[in-house]
Design a protein around this ligand. Structure first.
Ligand code: HPA
Length: 294
């Protein structure tokens, strides 16, 4: 008697999960069809621009700009400083698809929405993904305005975008994450940095859910866990990219010292201000980097 409704619920749950899975694959295909109707270019490199780092758009030759709101199923951001357009064009000799703006988990989007654009980039044909973000320095030797090549990450968002039934068309159930930020990408960052004469750290990025900044005690904890920088993005996108077999190259722009490491309170204004200040060298570095990945 009692078992019947449970069995029915289980069946319904499985059915809903199956429908959600098919829907997501179809949604990705629908977005891809729309983008392909606008251009015949197949991008080789995907780029995700972090908060306030949108100036890179100006470095793209022959850009086709598609507002996110025009792309079927694409999530659109509510955060100031995230313009929200997909730019397809050439960076050096590479063809690139650049996401100017991303959506965040803290905005209330489920992880599958946060990472939807990465699946679209993969389905468009991108094989390498450059992810960038604004981050706080957990490592006390870092200074605002520094750049850090992401060599690994800690996913402390409390969620994983691959939870739920796995769709093998996107990737395997248990993707390997042991060399996600691939060595070739790390080397390419250093070559690019030498070419444009900027200094780079190498470090571990810790992704948290946000939107509140961390407490000083949390930052001390992250230091003990091996984090060098902390932010509210990137890790979910990287996991989905790894699932899709993409090679990921990550860069954090250090916009502030993390909580407790400075006498100043943290503010989004400071994060944006430093982001704006380093835009010139950052754009030089990114242009060199993306050009090398084509
Ligand atoms: N913490 C979390 N996210 C951030 C920070 C920070 O200090 N700076 C920029 N994004």
């Amino acid at each position: 008697m009692v078992l019947l409704p449970i069995a029915a619920n289980l069946r319904r749950g499985r059915l809903q999960a199956m429908i959600a899975r098919v829907a997501q694959y179809d949604d990705v295909q629908e977005a891809v069809r729309f983008i392909r109707s606008k251009t015949t270019v197949t991008p080789q490199v995907g780029v995700v621009l972090g908060s306030g780092l949108g100036a890179f758009a100006a470095r793209v030759a022959n850009p086709l700009k598609i507002p996110y709101r025009d792309i079927p199923q694409f999530p659109t951001s509510s955060v100031a400083g995230h313009a929200g357009e997909l730019i397809i064009g050439k960076v050096g000799t590479a063809t690139a698809a650049i996401m100017s703006g991303r959506v965040h988990y803290y905005e209330g989007y489920p992880m599958e929405r946060v990472t939807f654009p990465v699946r679209v980039l993969a389905a468009l044909g991108v094989t390498k993904l450059v992810v960038t973000n604004a981050a706080g320095a957990v490592n006390p030797t870092y200074t605002p305005g520094d750049f850090m090549v992401i060599v690994d990450h800690l996913n402390l968002t409390g969620a994983n975008p691959l939870c739920g039934p796995n769709d093998e068309r996107f990737g395997p159930r248990f993707p390997d994450m042991s060399s996600t930020y691939w060595m070739g990408g790390r080397e390419a960052w250093h070559q690019a940095a030498r070419a444009v004469n900027v200094a780079l750290h190498e470090g571990v990025y810790c992704g948290l859910a946000g939107p509140s900044y961390e407490t000083p005690a949390e930052i001390r904890m992250l230091q003990r866990l091996g984090a060098d920088a902390v932010g509210m993005s990137t890790v979910a996108e990287t996991i989905v990219a790894a699932h899709a077999g993409l090679k990921v190259a990550g860069l954090s722009v250090i916009t502030n010292r993390a909580a407790g490491l400075s006498t100043q309170p943290l503010s989004h204004e400071e994060v944006k201000e430093v982001g704006t200040r380093v835009q010139g060298p950052l754009c030089d570095l990114l242009a060199e980097m993306v050009g090398r990945l084509g």
